[in-house]
Design a binder for this molecule. Structure first.
Ligand code: SF4
Length: 297
């Protein structure tokens, strides 16, 4: 087993607030990568903007801090370019379910083989606690002048509806449980969402660690994960209990990479790598003189 301490970059100083759930998520990721023995040069981690965006800074792997709401397209591009990489995308709830909501839904339709971890704390912590898409209507953390006016998004139900082939929820303060979910998500063939309940003790004074712990229940491993999407929806929409664990897993679903390979094998002449660039004498097969002449004008 790889020593996870060699994956965690202790030389980079963290500016996360004391008690932030981000620490637990970071710990779970580094432990999972260590136990899966994924070397740093075989792992690429992409983040968006927000407190969660700093996560790759602390991990000894390729780390790319991208744009607000955009870690998924970057991560998908990297996986398509180099399928041998383990690719992880990281967002906050505002980044992933707000600004990046279009990418979130459409990534589900493609089912590229990557893992998406979303730090979900109900607020935009980096910009002082505005309501994010996962804050419940009517609640008023100390950062809001009025109770929240908008209904919340249910990320588990949205992922199921969008086509994610692995859908899970973890809790940042249950690192051992979260680590196991991350390991399974990375091993899973297809797009995996892990929504992580991540208390922000500074700005979300409603969804605290203690409040979460009153409602959290762990899914029964004998029944879940399931390939029965109706059962997964039932648990996702349960308003009384806050279930954590793997709701749904369908490794049989074709990935985007597999679909694309089929296209290329059916239409080999369309494959860029199969296009002839020159004839037998080495002369280019494409005449680009007209394009060049336009540039020279
Ligand atoms: Fe964590 Fe909230 Fe501080 Fe951001 S503002 S680092 S989410 S506690």
């Amino acid at each position: 087993m790889q020593n996870f301490q060699s994956i965690y970059r202790s030389d980079v100083e963290s500016d996360w607030c004391p008690g932030c759930g981000d620490f637990g998520i970071l710990s779970a990721i580094t432990q999972a990568l260590g136990e899966l023995e994924i070397p740093p040069w075989k792992c690429a981690i992409f983040s968006g903007i927000g407190c969660s965006g700093k996560t790759p800074h602390f991990i000894n792997a390729y780390g790319i801090h991208t744009l607000h709401g955009r870690p998924l397209p970057f991560a998908i591009g990297a996986k398509m370019a180099n399928p041998s990489l383990t690719v992880i995308a990281i967002s906050g709830d505002g980044d992933g379910y707000g600004i990046g909501a279009g990418h979130f839904v459409n990534a589900g339709r493609r089912n590229v083989d990557i893992t998406y971890i979303v730090h979900n704390n109900g607020v935009y912590g980096l910009t002082k606690g505005q309501a994010s898409p996962t804050l419940k209507r009517g609640v008023q953390p100390k950062s809001l002048k009025y109770p929240n006016l908008n209904d919340m998004v249910n990320p588990i139900a949205l992922a199921l509806a969008s086509g994610y082939s692995f859908v899970a929820r973890g809790f940042a303060y249950n690192v051992k449980h979260l680590k196991e979910i991350i390991k399974q998500a990375v091993i899973h063939k297809g797009l995996a969402l892990i929504d992580v309940l991540q208390p922000c003790p500074v700005f979300n004074t409603v969804d605290t660690k203690e409040k979460y712990m009153e409602r959290i229940k762990i899914l029964d491993g004998n029944e879940f994960p399931t390939t029965d999407i109706k059962k997964a929806f039932e648990k996702a929409l349960d308003e009384e209990n806050l279930w954590i664990g793997i709701f749904y897993k369908n490794p049989e679903k074709q990935t985007y990479e597999e679909r694309y390979s089929e296209i290329l094998s059916s239409y080999p002449s369309e494959c860029p790598a199969n296009l002839k660039m020159s004839d037998e004498k080495g002369n280019p097969t494409t005449d680009i003189s007209e394009v060049l002449n336009n540039f020279l004008c």
